[in-house]
Ligand binder design. Structure first.
Ligand code: ADP
Ligand code: MG
Length: 724
């Protein structure tokens, strides 16, 4: 075995590892939502009228009757105590991608020194974490740091159990004391409400009289990498930035495509089973698991749920993945691009809208051409993505997602919509002014008599599209693996709300002029496809040809980096969109730009500093040592009459000098801090710091293939990706 001492140690630990024992899984019936204060548990423990009131709030989004909060709190506390919880926490979602919690004990000390457990309605409904250290983008100064959390009744409370005990967790919104949203949940609830209101208008115009509240749904497919913790602990880059900033490619990568859907390694399977059991307890419907394209990469996808609940659950999935990996001696990397030259990780956000009376409003049925309800909603999405494509790009913009987008493994940074041949054809007919038929998908006959024939899907999949219609929903594929799905869902619901309002306004105006409903609908749809059809694209989104056509002929934006995309949040038309629909005030929107821009700058600064220190303290010393060993060996051999070619010596020393020079340049760039605007700073990070980091990496990775493996300080790609 080769490698330096720490690497050898890490490998030895893996080979000698005893598997973590997980018990045989309990039955789904026993596990399911056992740690959630579900509606049925409320029904058992609450007086009838109280239960009815809570249920109404959950189902209709009506305000909670605070007079019942004490009773609900008591029932919740009793249930939590019966599950062994001693603490409760208001859980909230600050403007990072993280989840935050403030824990408080149920304990209350009495005047005689005894203690009781106490949890009143007031603390259930409202909390006051010291929010001063969460990013607020200038909404508050520290002296007015007061922030409130308020219970989101529509997302159920649950018990989170770790080795340190159990805590009752209450999902909340987080707002400043002046009422500005400091979190990701508040705008999501507002965007959903705006979409509901607009959808109601359209559904009524179509003649529906019984219309239940319209909600959005979300099913998010989460990709992730697993790497042994021993390797991560000896790589400062992975440990602190979540990705490898250096590292030569392994001789074997993903070129054989043999990992995708391959058998899941045993250690990983045990890990997955452990994760799923916890998720089931938390009432999270984990459904699929498989290997992904890259070695060491996996995916977990839950069944879809109401967007707000799905968003909270998605945060929990990320937390459970990370915590459970630790228990199994692994690290779960949620970074979008942990390894160069190997596919990165995304999070496909499947999204639809619907209600209990009209069903899934994006379900085309068998004859989409005659399904006006579907066509209007689908048309509204097309219009929205066309008008607000740059916003969709902005809400997925981050330093880490930049490595993936447009890199021939993930959708390009150009936002376009894929509809599939059937729906494409219907809109083509609409554009001709007359719609009369739907293409038939047909039957798949495999020509094998023992296998049944089956119905084909009406549209194929197009993996290269960032925003694809997939049968009864849209799939936003450009979302990064480490991101909260809240931002994308806010954007999608908001742009849909805007479009549905436009549809309703347009239909109303036409009807007022005496046009009959059917004709008005057809005209409206034609307007949509004529004015916004440029965003519809069914070809290869990775091709250079598309990038040219998209920008030059169709006028679509190609915002290549987050530095280009984030300033979209400052555009007037975006500010008006959010303001008009009551999703984000101009101040709230401005704070988001500040915060996301700062996160981008910080992420790159941390990475740049890390790469400098790894080179200076790890790679430089190792290379110098090797050079000195090599040169003394050459000299001593020469004195014995053996002359070895000294080409390697000069090659390595030249490489090392180039590396040193590149590091010095990078260091100088990091030190620059005098920027006139934040936009200028963003561009400097994207166009100067990042390329300098890439240059450092080229020299460092070249040395990795020359310097003796025994001296190389960092675990290699081969070790991290293939040893499990
Ligand atoms: P794929 O064909 O992409 O593998 P699946 O059928 O497994 O897709 O679904 C992928 C994700 O899409 C799952 O999380 C699923 O729950 C979600 N999904 C399915 N229908 C809807 C819907 N109507 N709204 C939102 N998400 C949905
Ligand atoms: Mg998918």
């Amino acid at each position: 075995m080769t490698g330096n001492a720490t690497r050898i140690q890490a490998i030895q630990n893996i080979t000698q590892r005893q598997p973590v024992s997980v018990s045989k899984p309990d039955s789904l019936a026993n596990l399911w939502a056992s740690d959630v204060f579900t509606l049925s548990k409320m029904k058992e423990s609450l007086p009838k009228d109280v239960f009815k009131s809570v249920k109404k709030t959950i189902e209709t989004g009506e305000a909670l009757d605070v007079s019942i909060a004490d009773i609900v709190a008591l029932a919740m506390k009793d249930w939590a105590l019966s599950k062994g919880a001693l603490y409760y926490a208001h859980v909230f979602y600050p403007l990072t991608n993280a989840t935050a919690e403030k824990h408080d004990g149920f304990i209350s000390v009495q005047s005689d020194g005894s203690v009781i457990s106490e949890f009143g309605g007031k603390v259930l409904v409202q909390g006051e974490p010291d929010g001063s250290s969460f990013p607020n983008g200038g909404i508050r100064s520290t002296f007015e740091a007061r922030g409130y959390t308020a219970w989101d009744v529509t997302s159920p409370a649950y018990i989170m159990t770790t080795d340190n005990g159990s805590t009752l967790c209450i999902p909340t919104v987080f707002v400043s004391w002046t009422g500005e949203a400091l979190d990701k949940k508040t705008p999501l609830l507002r965007a959903n409400a705006a979409m509901n209101k607009a959808a109601q208008r359209v559904l009524s115009l179509l003649g529906n009289t019984n219309i239940a509240p319209v909600n959005s749904s979300c099913g998010a497919e989460q990709e992730y990498f697993l790497v042994d913790a021993g390797f991560v602990n000896t790589r400062p880059d992975l440990l602190l930035s979540g990705r490898t900033l250096l590292g030569a490619a392994s001789a074997k990568g993903q070129q054989f495509d043999d990992h995708y859907f391959g058998a899941i390694p045993e250690r990983v399977q045990v890990f997955m089973q452990d994760v799923e059991e916890q998720l089931y307890r938390l009432g999270i419907p984990a459904k699929t698991r498989h290997n992904e394209v890259a070695p060491g990469q996996f995916e977990i996808a839950p069944f879809h749920e109401a967007a707000n609940v799905a968003t909270d659950h998605q945060q929990l999935i990320m937390t459970v993945l990370k915590n459970t990996a630790k228990k199994h001696g692994l690290v779960c990397l949620l970074h979008e691009k942990p390894f160069k030259g190997i596919n990165g990780s995304g999070k496909h956000v499947n999204w639809s809208v619907g209600n209990s009376t009209q069903g899934n409003l994006l379900d085309p049925g068998h004859t989409p051409h005659s399904n006006t309800q579907f066509l209007l909603f689908c048309g509204a999405v097309i219009r929205g993505v066309h008008k607000y494509g740059p916003l969709l790009r902005a809400v997925i913009a981050s330093a880490s997602n930049d490595h993936r987008l447009g890199a021939n493994e993930a959708p390009p940074a150009i936002m376009s919509v894929y509809l599939g041949s059937q729906i494409d054809n219907v809109f083509e007919q609409i554009s001709q002014g007359k719609v009369s038929s739907s293409l038939n998908a047909g039957i798949m006959d495999l020509g094998i008599s023992t296998l049944p024939t089956f119905n084909k899907d009406a549209g194929d999949r197009n993996r290269t599209s960032p925003f694809a219609f997939t049968g009864n929903r849209f799939e936003f594929r450009a979302v990064g693996s480490g991101q909260s799905v809240a931002g994308p869902l806010v954007a999608m619901n908001t742009l849909l709300a805007d479009s549905l309002n436009w549809v309703a306004d347009t239909l109303e105006a036409k009807i007022a002029k005496g046009t009959d409903l059917d004709a008005a609908i057809l005209e409206t749809l034609k307007e949509i496809i004529d004015n916004h059809g440029a965003v519809v694209f069914g070809g290869n989104g990775y091709s250079a040809e598309w990038h040219k056509i998209a920008v030059e002929e169709r006028g679509l934006a190609n915002l290549k980096t987050a530095a280009d995309a984030l300033p979209v949040l400052k555009e007037k038309y975006i500010e008006e969109l959010f303001d008009k629909l009551g999703v984000l005030s101009p101040v709230e929107l401005a704070s988001r730009f500040e915060i996301y821009a700062e996160q981008y700058l910080l992420a790159i600064e941390v990475e740049a500093k890390l790469i400098v220190s790894m080179v200076k303290t790890g790679i430089y010393p190792a290379t110098v040592k090797y050079l000195s060993e090599l040169s003394s060996t050459l000299t001593s051999l020469k004195s014995n009459g053996i002359e070895l070619d000294s080409k390697r010596l000069s090659l390595i020393s030249t490489g090392l000098n180039s590396l040193t020079e590149a590091v010095d340049q990078l260091n100088a760039a990091i030190a620059k801090h005098d920027f006139d605007t934040i936009e200028e700073h963003l561009q400097f990070s994207a166009k100067t710091i990042r390329p300098l980091m890439d240059e450092v990496r080229v020299y460092a990775d070249a040395l990795e293939t020359e310097v003796s493996d025994e001296l190389w300080p960092f675990p290699t790609y081969q070790e991290m990706l293939f040893i499990k």
